[in-house]
Design a protein. Sequence first.
Length: 256
Amino acid sequence: MDQPDHPVSSLALSEALATNGWLTVDSILSPSQVETARLALDELFESEADIADDRGWHNEIYRVSYAIIAKHPALFEIALRPKVVALARDLIGTDCVLASANGIDIMANSTGQRLHRDHRETTPGRTLYLHIVCALDSFRTETGATLVVNASHRQPLAERSPDEISASEKTLRVEVAPGAAVVFDGCVVHGAGPNSTSERRRALHLFFAKPWVQPHWDFPAMFAHRESELTDDQRQLLGFNSRPRRFNIKERIIES
Ligand SMILES: O=C(O)CCC(=O)C(=O)O
């Protein structure tokens, strides 16, 4: 059964986020949701296989599919499931929105990603972007566990670039089981590690944000034709309520 609560207290999770910039959460997806998400993501990869190389969505390091919630109903349900949303709301606020939702596969024998920040300008003391990486396969050191540099979202590391940090600081390998999540502040230096095996290493990247920062995708525009099917909560999460208002000059009314 899908319970919105999680076993570790919200306070402990918030403290881990503030201090270390990252944490893990077990069983954010059930085994059947993991299976559904794998199948759905593979369908998207397959449907984009003819263009993925040209568009830079597939290379020797990874394969990615962007904006997955708009492409597959099962991934829409999974991205906005109560456990995921409750975690994001606990950590960055009840008003948070879904800023991006991608799916990734780290290729077999991949060298892994260059360490980076999702949000380049650091904001020590305040998490504006929260990345919930849901593992769909086993994240182990050899399959490409997520790499993070502890406390790189806050001073003194916050003022240093990812390249400088990766040259001098210890990188942690965060291992989790399928269905668990690696969760971090978007300003933490991180990346998917090298996959030295022939195993799949798929993940959903669910990226939440405060409603007043720039989301990565314009979901209200992408879901405009389906707006009437959405619940109030889904509309809020997709950012329908946090768009700038428009002044309709002809009608002399404020539109939201
Ligand atoms: O999948 C992961 O472990 C993290 C991936 C990542 O950092 C990214 O694609 O920006």
